[in-house]
Design a protein around this ligand. Structure first.
Ligand SMILES: Nc1nc2c(ncn2[C@@H]2O[C@H](COP(=O)(O)OP(=O)(O)OP(=O)(O)O)[C@@H](O)[C@H]2O)c(=O)[nH]1
Ligand SMILES: [Mg+2]
Length: 319
């Protein structure tokens, strides 16, 4: 199966193959992806997160439009395992991306239908590579911070942007501490609403970031301010992202981050494959529920149950 990635329609069809649940479709998609791997890797991959209502869609519409006006091709993907229907959040949201969704130089793809976070993430990773092969210069991956989705998206991008509201108060707005640890930048959004609240929030997050050890010695995540609605600050954000790109390209941390991400992804796929093979193995399938029950009720130790099941699967305990 061949897809013409020079058209948005062709790219959309290739992504549909990646998203298919059918094993033969997935195999086809992987075959195709393998053939275009040499065309991947050239884009700037940016993850964007923030609580519902922080203004992600509005921001992406304005930021993406600014980038296409600068001559870049922009793709927007999403990781949202809560969207049950295909065409979940972003599509329902296309009205909020009114400009970008009709922009010739942009490609906006809704989140794949939700199964597990791992499943959605796999599809998004592969779609990201397809967008790169199709010549998109900037890929924006949006996620609303539910469950572990921020960590998962941070694990597939070069730069992770966390949007915050100006009315921070003294708490962290229900944003988990973990998200600050993976942020390459915090942007206090909706800065048009209240200038002094925005400044307070900025200081607040600067303090919060200050007590964290930066993940990358070459980069201390800055706190910036912006408004997706008025466009204020968007250019400065892009310049900071470009600075991050050039610094980390020179130091080699960008290449290392990508390499680590690919290895981590492969490891995850192997783990998933092994677990699935284990659960479906003819000697395991019918016994697993019984073992779970017996371990749960304290009949047998977990370690012994695991040994027995692994032996049934063909793995001996002294390996
Ligand atoms: N004043 C102001 N309002 C904004 C700004 N950005 C977004 N809004 C408004 O805030 C509301 C939420 O914006 P969205 O862009 O839909 O937010 P979101 O983060 O995508 O929300 P979810 O998709 O539900 O997670 C809308 O009513 C927007 O019009 C901004 O920069 N300034
Ligand atoms: Mg949205």
């Amino acid at each position: 199966m061949e897809f013409d990635l020079s058209t948005r329609r062709g790219l959309a069809r290739a992504i549909t193959r990646v998203e298919s649940r059918r094993a033969d479709h997935q195999a086809e998609a992987r075959e195709f992806l393998t053939g275009v791997m040499d065309k991947t890797g050239k884009s700037q991959r940016i993850g964007i997160t923030g609580v519902p209502g922080v203004g992600k869609s509005t921001f992406i519409d304005a930021f993406g439009t600014m980038l296409t006006e600068m001559g870049y091709k922009v793709a927007v993907l999403a990781v949202d395992p809560t969207s049950q229907r295909s065409g979940g959040s972003i599509l329902g949201d296309k009205t909020r991306m009114a400009r970008l969704s009709v922009d010739e130089d942009a490609f906006v793809r809704p989140s794949p239908a939700g199964d597990t976070l791992g499943g959605v993430a796999r599809k998004t990773r592969e779609s990201l590579l397809l967008c790169e092969a199709a010549g998109y210069d900037v890929i924006l991956v949006e996620t609303v911070g539910v469950g572990q989705s921020e960590t998962v998206v941070a694990g597939m991008v070069d730069f992770f942007l966390v949007l915050m509201l100006p009315n921070a108060g003294d708490d962290l707005q229900g944003i988990k501490k973990g998200v600050l640890e993976v942020a390459d930048m915090i942007a206090v959004n909706k800065s048009d609403i209240d200038e002094s609240a925005t400044k307070r929030a900025k200081r607040h997050y600067e303090n919060a970031l200050h007590i964290l050890e930066p993940a990358d010695p070459d980069w201390s995540p800055p706190v910036m301010t912006c408004s997706g609605q008025t466009g204020m600050g968007l250019k400065d954000l892009w310049e900071a992202i470009e600075l991050h790109r050039s610094k980390t390209s020179q130091s080699g941390t960008r290449a290392k981050r990508r390499a680590d991400q690919q290895i981590e992804w492969m490891t995850e796929l192997i783990q998933d494959g092994l677990m699935s093979a284990f659960r479906h193995h003819p000697s395991i399938r019918d016994r697993l529920a019984d073992f779970r029950q017996r371990v749960g009720s304290g009949d047998i130790p977990a370690s012994k149950a695991a040994d027995e099941l692994l032996a049934l699967f063909g793995i001996s305990a002294d390996n």
